[in-house]
Design a protein around this ligand. Structure first.
Ligand SMILES: [Zn+2]
Length: 216
């Protein structure tokens, strides 16, 4: 599979059944029905949309970076990538992508990672893990802290170096770039629109994203 597999969507925004702006630092959680397509738009470019998926019929079975990477033999995600759960079940497929590469290994930012990567006085800064926890707590009780797992960073550029390290690089996304996933069954989507202010993935400037949904 090509690393940059840019494919435009045939879907029109006017035909979407749902459209919402998620401000920088905000979270979003919603169920996709079988066949529904979710588009995430990087409105201003260089933003990171930290995202987790669950089998909505069996919330314990969450997105698995390991199963997804092993299943496709590639550490980056793009058009054609199948997002698998811990059980190996196919949850969603990326059906369009104008950015071309998304991170599977960087994980979400947290108070702890902020102190390790930057400095101890970053402990209290807003982070994706807090946003995930708030969204999970506000749902109907089916999800708890134990349901947090290594997530996808849509639009984020985290190249793996030749010696196996990770780099948080300047973004490869641009204003208006989008990615679309089609839900194969019933999938819960959890997004944290990253508030991170300490690395160049979002140009030190968190910006809004848009989510749109189409019926099958
Ligand atoms: Zn973050």
């Amino acid at each position: 599979m090509a690393v940059f597999n840019r494919v435009e969507s045939p879907r029109n925004a006017e035909e979407a059944i749902y459209s919402e702006i998620i401000q920088a630092g905000d979270g979003w959680m919603r169920v996709l029905k079988p066949g529904q397509v979710l588009r995430i738009v990087d409105l201003e470019g260089n933003q990171a949309a930290d995202t987790l998926f669950y089998d909505a019929d069996n919330p314990e079975d969450h997105y698995s970076a390991v199963a997804t990477i092993a299943g496709q033999g590639n550490i980056y995600l793009s058009t054609g990538s199948v997002l698998r759960a811990e059980s190996g079940k196919e949850l969603l497929r990326i059906v369009a992508d104008t950015c071309g590469r998304h991170d599977t290994v960087g994980g979400s930012c947290s108070a702890q990672s902020n102190t390790v990567r930057y400095s101890h006085d970053k402990l209290s800064m807003h982070n994706c893990r807090d946003t995930f926890m708030l969204q999970l707590a506000q749902w109907d009780g089916a999800y708890t802290k134990r349901d947090l797992a290594p997530n996808i960073n849509f639009f984020m550029n985290v190249p793996v170096t030749a010696d196996g390290g990770l780099k948080f690089d300047d973004g490869v996304s641009a204003p208006g770039c989008y990615v679309e996933v089609q839900s194969l069954g019933s999938s819960m989507v959890l997004i944290s629109n990253c508030p991170q202010l300490n690395n160049p993935c979002n140009a030190y400037n968190p910006t809004p994203i848009q989510v749109l949904i189409w019926d099958k």
